[in-house]
Structures are given as C-alpha cells and as structure tokens.
Write a new protein. Sequence first.
Length: 427
Amino acid sequence: MGAVKIGILGLGTVGSGVAEILLRNKKSINQKAGSRIELTKVLDKDLTRNRSVDIPAEIMTDRPEEVLGNSEIDIIVELIGGVNPTKEFVKQALEARKHVVTANKELIAKYGDELFDLAAKRGVDLHFEASVGGGIPIIKSLQESLTANQIEEVIGIVNGTTNYILTKMTEKEAKFEEVLAEAQQAGYAEADPTADIEGYDAAYKLSILSNIAFTGLVDVNDIYREGISQITQKDITYAQQLGYVIKLLAISKEVEGQIEARVHPTMLPKDHPLAQVKEAFNAVLVRGDAVGELLYYGQGAGSLPTGSAVVADVIDIIRNINYKAVNRVAANNYKEKIVKRHNEVVSKYYIRLQVENGHGDLAKTFRILENNNIGIKRVIEPEKTDEPVNLILLTRQVVEENLQRALGEVKKLREIKEISNLIRVET
C-alpha cells in the first residue's frame, strides 16, 4: 500500500473534526482507501492555543506555504472558509496538481465553475461533499446515485441556525431576538449571524445543489433570497392556526427548461416531511422522474458530521488515484440555463394586513385582489375593535407579479395601516 500524504488548511471546528477522524480511524480508512494515509502538515493561525484534538507538534505550521508548497503532499483539505485568501490557495494547489477537498460553500457557489475547469485541465480532483448538508451525502447522491433520473425538484432545510431559531420560536412561543441570542450562546449562531438569518448561506448551498441537480449553471446572484428576521411570533401563531409550520427553505425546480431557485421563509403543512425537521438538523427532499421522492436527513453542521463528509471525499480521491480514474465524476460539464424571474414564480401566499378599527371597509381590499386574479382560500377576520388589528389571508396559486401589484394598490387604502408580512406557502 503506497502512502498518500494529506495537508490541512485550517484547524477550526471542521478542521479539528477531520484531523480527529483521520487519526482515530486511520486503520479502517487505510483499508477502505486501499492506501496508507499520512497526515503530513496542518495549518493553524494560532499554534499556542488549546485544541480538541492532539496533533503532533512537528506537523503543525502557521505558514500556508509550508502546506501548499510541500511537494510531498498529494491532497490539500481546505477548511479555512470564505473567499479570500482561500480562492488563491485552492488555485495554487490545483495548479501544482494537488487534489483538493473543501467544505467551502461560498467558494464553490461563486467560483466553482472556474475551479472545476482548472482541476480538469490539471488532471486532479476537486471534491466538495461537505459544502452542503454537513454529514448528509446529498452531493454524491445527486452526482452518482440519481443520474438515471431527470431531477424535477430539490427542496431543503440547509441552514441549521435558522431552523433552530424557528423551532424554538414555535415550541417556546419566544420572540426572534430572544431565540437568536440563545442560539448565539449555544454556539448555533455566529456573533454576526447575517449570513445565516438573511439566507446567504442557504443561497450558496442552493446554487450548488441546483447546478448538480439540473446540470446547469445557476449564479447565486440570480437566486431570490429572503431571510427570517421579519418572522414574528404572530406569524408563527397564525401559521399554526392554519395548520402550517414556518421553515426557511431552499427551493429549486426545473419547469419547461427554466430553473426556479429561491430561498425564503415558507409555510409547510404540519404533516409535510420537512415540517418535522427540528433544531439544528438539515434535510433535503429530492424528486426524480424515476425514483420519486427521497428525503435526506441528518446533522447539517458540526465538527465530526462535516468532518465525516470531508474524509469520505479524501477516500474517494485516493480510490480514483489508485485506479487512475481522476475526474471520474465531472463537475464542469454544466450548460447555461435560464433562471426564472422571481416575479414570474407561481405560489400560494400568507398575507398579514394590519387594518384600522377591525373590519373597516374591507370590500375594497377584496375587490383589488379579485381584479388582479388573486383567489383567496382562507381568511382569519379580526374582531371589530378601536385598535388596529390583523387580517390574515391565505391565497390560492397566484403569480408573484400579480400579487405584488395588488398589494401596491391595497396599501394605499385608508383602512389598511400596513402590510405586515408576506410568506410563501408550499404544499
């Protein structure tokens, strides 16, 4: 068994998990890979700090060039995150004909096509299973197990932070700000939670899933994105009254050759499979024309779950090396596809209006909706009071553009104080 040497860039949460798995499961990994794995060099920006994993001091470094420039290293594992300087590190590794494994969803979403092309030209592999869903093997399933199918739809809870927050808001009847603070204390949310709660993280992951599922380049900037910061306890309560649960969903569909890709809070029926996913867990529902519906569920983040996906990629690359099958699963053969404009999307909607003095003259509101082809399925009418109250409308399937035009007219009415919230509904 020949030795394959590994270099790790970044020893944070995921990097520590990867190192722990490589060291703890070395014997079984060697057997499965068909080669002896050697952890050769590990980059950590702070060599003095305490770590959760015991790594020999002689292989530690705080200089990236000692990993990237080491001619003995065969596989670079990039776990720094972000785009700068990681993009240049990955390019440097690929240029030097080193295989790369990464968990970096932002890098793959923004620059994956460029990096996959470079990997193909240099005859090396670039694997990225851990970039979506932590330990859930969704990338490999779409790239290999489901290739006989025309994928019709991918819908997922792919951000554990927002799912934790929405779960606690539902179960504890707590305010968004309170649960966010709790999530930060528990380590589920960053000090700056913007990437999670405003949907950026989910949009990166949806771009990756869409590219693979529909073999078409879906620019992350073309994905409609809306976070959960506007979800209130009132919306949670009304959703429950209507028989729904609110989740932040990443949704991608191919309809008549166009890709519909969007990230936003969504109301799901309580018996929907994704409605049952709680806390920081992730789940992805895939619908194929031959296989039907499949649900992938598990821990979407964390040291060991994500580390598991990274090490699996390392083993896969070693097998490819041993059998001279590098680039066996191409990720650079996608074609440009049209991403559907968001105002053309058809959906059901929950609308919360704040109305003056109870009912007021709501006939005008319903007339505007009817004139714009907005069918109403359910109404929760407020009791008549001297204070502004909420009017809840649940629409039938409508075109987003028609709804937005109608709401533009509705908010000009004297009896409508504000349009408090608008949430899409999936069934």
